[in-house]
Design a protein around this ligand. Sequence first.
Ligand SMILES: Nc1nc2c(c(=O)[nH]1)N[C@H]1C(S)=C(S)[C@@H](COP(=O)(O)O)O[C@H]1N2
Ligand SMILES: [Mo]
Length: 227
Amino acid sequence: MKYQIIIVVIIITLVLLPACRSSPTTTSISTSIASSSTLTTSTSSPYAPGEAIEYEGLPLTPISEQGNNALAGTQHIDRNTYRLRVDGLVDNPLSLSYDDLQKYPQISKAVVLYCVEGWYFNAKWTGPSLESIFSDAGVKPEAQIAIFYTMDVPEGYTSLDLVFIHDNNIILGMKLNDLIVPEERGFPFKVVAEHKSGYKWAKWVTRIELSDNTAFRGYWESAGYPN
Ligand SMILES: Nc1nc2c(c(=O)[nH]1)N[C@H]1C(S)=C(S)[C@@H](COP(=O)(O)O)O[C@H]1N2
Ligand SMILES: [Mo]
């Protein structure tokens, strides 16, 4: 009788254990099927159609949840008439159209932007490197900084050291999470000044001047923010 009970217990354990082990797997598969079908059938996703949701294994902040700062409101730039001038201490001044910018090799990076106001977001940016544009312009050896002139601050919004630009392979972000950079976010691009505070990430840039004037200070820098 004792033996019969022990055998029954062993049989029940052998039958139930594998079932217990497999049940979480079954649950997680059905849950993920359920949540992905919810994503496609409802409008609850914060990501826009075609927007990247992760890059190199890290989640990206949806554009709809990213911050936005503009000292004089959104600037409007027409893609068809837009030109980026690259001049100053260069051998060949450039006047680049939107299509010209897209013809350079497009580099992607996921970078966190931190605004001094305390908010931040992680986004994927894609566009040409400043180095590739500067090599076409033939930057003179005496140049030390790049000054970014923007629609809202035509006197010169900010500047970056050429050594910093080179060391970090700084790019002009024409795509944000794989979508064209929205107007309020800097169209046609935003300078992806990784490792620098958000105010150094110029939007609506129309001119980049190569300069040796290391005393230059941009809009926020003149107001006391670190250069
Ligand atoms: N031309 C221009 N660029 C700008 C600004 C601005 O007002 N004008 N605001 C800056 C600030 S303070 C921050 S935090 C970031 C915000 O970028 P976002 O709008 O893409 O989030 O843009 C920066 N670039
Ligand atoms: Mo900011």
